[in-house]
Write a protein that binds this ligand. Sequence first.
Ligand code: SF4
Ligand code: SF4
Length: 89
Amino acid sequence: MATHQLQRGYIVVLEERCKGCELCVPACPEDILLMGRRTNHSGWNLVETQNMEKCIACNLCALICPDRAIDVYRFDKPLKVEIEETASV
Ligand code: SF4
Ligand code: SF4
């Protein structure tokens, strides 16, 4: 069965600006950001995203980033997204 959630926005990480400082990771109230293993051309570890459908476009990640490496986009109207439910054991 599918569940529905309202997505309010999404972010784009400008990878060549990211220096892997990790400040944005705990700043996100929805746990969307995490450090990955990929690196940019300067050799910094890149922040990555997960579960983007949970983004509430609060802008906290962009505000805390010292390198202005995150752009936040807010939808005019929240989108309804379908999410696959996983069975609990
Ligand atoms: S805008 Fe807010 S909810 Fe979306 S990724 Fe950034 S901190 Fe998380
Ligand atoms: S705060 Fe900015 S520079 Fe630091 S890891 Fe996040 S996106 Fe990269």
